[in-house]
Design a protein around this ligand. Sequence first.
Ligand SMILES: Cc1ncc(COP(=O)(O)O)c(C=O)c1O
Length: 382
Amino acid sequence: MSFAKSKLPNVGTTIFTVMSALANEHKAINLSQGFPDFEVDAKLIDLVHQAMRQGYNQYAPMPGYMPLREMIAEKLYHTYNIEVNPDTEITITSGGTEALFDAIQAIVKPDDEVIIFDPAYDCYAPAVKLAGGKVVSIPLNPPHFSLDWNSIKASIHEKTVAILLNTPHNPTGTILKEADIQNLIEIIKNTNLYLISDEVYEHLVFDNQIHHSVLRYPQLRQRSFAIYSFGKTFHTTGWKIGYCVAPPELTQEFRKIHQFVTFASPSFVQVAYAAYLKDPEHYLTIPHFYQRKRDIFRKLLQENTQFDVLPCEGSYFQLVSYQRITDEPDTEFAIRMTKEIGVAAIPVSVFYQNQEQNRLLRFCFAKKEDTLHSAAERLSKL
Ligand SMILES: Cc1ncc(COP(=O)(O)O)c(C=O)c1O
């Protein structure tokens, strides 16, 4: 039976699934989807096994395993110098994706508008549309992709319910600066706007810059859902555990959705992360770990290929321009590159609502050094 009225008529299978499948089919090096190809810390794996053996195999509490929420509160105190109540302000979710969905469903009503910056991670817009809301896209332009505060201000009116931020940003690798935060504080001062702040790459900020979490700024924190992912921080994207930090009144609404989307996330993984978080070194070393990979990969691309390498201040994504190589549209080029050269990347047009063509590809450098070297060698043939 054909489906007469799709709720998401323009949504197909995500490009991440498509490119990963193509990479597998052609035995290409997969620098498309954002996941590491190196091992998870054996200590963390042991903690998971231990938790399963100790009997943590049934439903976790709906808002999350309390000792994990307590460790997150401690981590937030150390990283952002803020006091967060683990009981009323932290909810464990099945990845950042679920947290984003829950936050959007909690606040967006039919005809409400949500401001999203284009290019954007692909799960935001469908969640807004499912809630009956409208996406208002504001472009970020290459090569700096900075926020245009005048257009943001001009786009806010009575139907605007939220702004969706993402720092460090996927796919561009930019981060919000202090001046952005001050502009944001100023713009929302006399509004009832909510902020949904996707900070899943909070620890992947380079060159001694700091991560400007909305949680650091009381004027922002009081209206924010701040969203995180242990998958990104601890190289465990397949375990799908994230969390949302929000003031008690927002958390209450958030949990109304969370309880009917997943009810609770895997218990033994939560128990393991709670123990693993006792050593802050496990997350404090992350910026250096990824900065090294970024530097190696950028140098390899600059010295061996015809790509122009754009700035990368955070995240584990590197954008490159291929305008010196070809004028093919980006999806066509990405598919050809996977098949003929054996390296898969994501065409950046898929992150734009209007599929804008800037001749850019996104590579993920969360890979072993060997993988990055082999990819660069293949890419040098372009
Ligand atoms: C910007 C951004 N937000 C959220 C997510 C999803 O996080 P999770 O895997 O924890 O659901 C991703 C994953 O790639 C991402 O890049």
